[in-house]
Every structure is written in C-alpha cells, then in structure tokens.
Design a protein around this ligand. Structure first.
Ligand code: SAM
Length: 292
C-alpha cells in the first residue's frame, strides 16, 4: 500500500523521481501533512454528491485526499512540468481530471456546464499560490458561477483582511468585495512546517459561503466598487477628502459631495474603515439620485 502523497517521505520520493525543482515564482509550497487536509475536508463536508474544483494541484497532495471523498475533482495546474507527475501520482483515482491551464484564463463556466452539471453541489478547494490569491478569488466570484462554497489556504494577512470587521486595521475594500458575494470566516491556522518548502509567511484557511444574491442590491457593480475602493485611498483621511481626491480639482465639489454623504446618512468626517457595506450601498443609491 502506497503512502499518502501528503507526507514528507513520499513527496521527496516524487520530487527526486522527476528531478522536480520548485518554482518560487509560481508559489509552489506543497502540503506534506494529511491531517491538515482532513480537517479542511471535514469542514467542507465533501461527499460523493460533491464536485470539487481545485486550483494548483502541485504533485497531487490535496487532490488525492479530495478524490477519496468527492464524486469528481477538476484541478487546474499552470506548470506543464507537473502534468506527467500528476498523471502518475493520481493514476489510481478515476474521478480526477487535470487541466493544464492558468486558472485566470480558464473558462470555468463552460467546464462546469460540460462536466459538473449532474452534481448537487460544487465546492472550490485550493492551497493557492500566494502571489495571486486575491485575483484568483475575485475572478471566481465576479463570474457568478454556480459554486456553493470555497475553502482556500492563503497567507494569514490576506485571510484576516477577507474576514475583517469594520474599525479594524485589516478592514478594507477587499473585505467589502468578499462580503458582497460571500459569508467569509477563518477556519483554521496552519503552521509553516506542513509545507515543503516551508513558506516564510504564516498561512490560514478561509471558508467563503456564496450568498444566494449579493448582500446589497446595486445595478452598477463597477461604480459601487469604485466607491468602496475610493474610501480607502488614504486610510487616515476622511471619506469626504478621499472622494474629493477622486476628481481633478476635487475641492470644487466639496459641498456637493458633503451633501450627498449627509443625504446618505454618513457624516463626511468619518473614515472609510468605519463604514459597513450597507453604508456604502446607501452612498451608492444617493449618488444615483443625483443629476450627474
Ligand atoms: N495543491 C498543492 C499542495 O497543496 O501541495 C500545491 C499548492 S502550491 C501552494 C500552488 C500551486 O498552484 C502550484 O502547483 C503552482 O504551480 C500552481 N499555480 C500557480 N499559479 C497558477 C495559476 N495561475 N493557475 C493554476 N495553477 C497555478
């Protein structure tokens, strides 16, 4: 009987068999502890009725454990060198498909329609490359795919920003964007020692449950997210001064924007970090009532 891929000994064996050298630029840190993985999969409640989309399977450490529980696993790996490795390590699991594609370029919607439409639920599980965690998550969420929940390993600081409360240092436009689409919370801390090579940052697993519909109703999401980002351009500045800096010659609009904020029930001297997503929604809807 073969050892789990997610062990130090088997991982070393696979790496040496293929002469594989880690690429730092692709965020390659492989899991060598199956206990961490089992905890996540328990939390994610993965069963045969579940289809899982994985980003970045590496040599298959996480993929193998998912395959033992899920109905189907579709894993996107950008690094071509890993494809023969994965074909070998995951050969015993007939419910796994590896796609050699950049997840940011992939047509995930079409894949779901073709491959996963028979499943009761679709879950994304990933130990993400840390250099593009936010783009990958936002790319999934903004496409409004039929995905039920996400369990994602990421750098601790990013996880804290995603799950932050207002009036904290970690709270910002990323918190609001995630809150718009999902209910997010931290599931567990993960020590550096469970990776090979060990990363130089701490890691955390975040759960994001997709909302049936966005938390606030806005027609024009671009404008809404411009308003949320604009409030945090300089964290120490008031919301009024941050919004004025969005315009060339912004000072000219001081009284208009002040009036707009007041009409939305927001004191213009407040800071962005004190505003909830509902507050931003109120500002957005007042803006829509104004002539231009
Ligand atoms: N899942 C494996 C594990 O837990 O041991 C590997 C995780 S490692 C942190 C991240 C993986 O994502 C690497 O295998 C890397 O090659 C892959 N990757 C990096 N950028 C990617 C992208 N844009 N699309 C798909 N995979 C990517």
């Amino acid at each position: 009987d073969m050892k789990d891929i997610a062990t130090a000994s088997r991982t070393k064996e696979i790496l040496s068999k293929y002469g594989f050298k880690f690429k730092k630029s692709l965020g390659q840190n492989f899991l060598i502890d199956a206990n961490v993985i089992h905890k996540v999969l328990d939390k994610a409640d993965v069963g045969r009725e579940t289809a899982v989309i994985e980003v970045g399977p590496g040599i298959g450490s996480l993929t193998e454990q998912i395959a033992k529980r899920a109905g189907r696993v579709i894993a996107y790996e950008i690094d071509q060198r890993l494809i023969p490795v994965l074909n070998d390590t995951l050969a015993p699991y007939s419910n796994v498909n590896i796609i050699n594609e950049d997840i940011l370029e992939a047509d995930i919607g079409a894949m779901i329609e073709e491959e996963l439409s028979d499943f009761e639920e679709i879950v994304v599980i990933a130990n993400l490359p840390y250099y593009i965690t936010t783009p990958i998550i936002m790319n999934f969420l903004m496409q409004k795919l039929p995905i039920d929940r996400y369990y994602v390993m990421m750098q601790k600081e990013v996880g804290e920003r995603i799950s932050a409360e207002p009036n904290t240092k970690a709270y910002g436009s990323l918190t609001i964007a995630i809150d718009y689409y999902t209910e997010a919370k931290i599931v567990q801390n993960v020590p550096k020692a469970v990776f090979m090579p060990a990363p130089n940052v701490d890691s955390i697993i975040v759960e994001m449950k997709a909302r049936q519909s966005p938390k606030v109703a806005v027609d024009d999401e671009d404008t809404f997210f411009r308003l949320t980002k604009g409030a945090f351009i300089q964290r120490r500045k008031t919301i009024l001064n941050n919004y004025l800096s969005l315009f060339e010659d912004g000072k000219k609009f001081k009284s208009e924007i002040g009036d707009l904020l007041n009409a939305a029930g927001i004191d213009p001297v407040r800071r962005g970090e004190s505003l909830s997503i509902e507050d931003f929604s109120a500002i957005y809807h007042k803006l829509n009532e104004f002539p231009n």
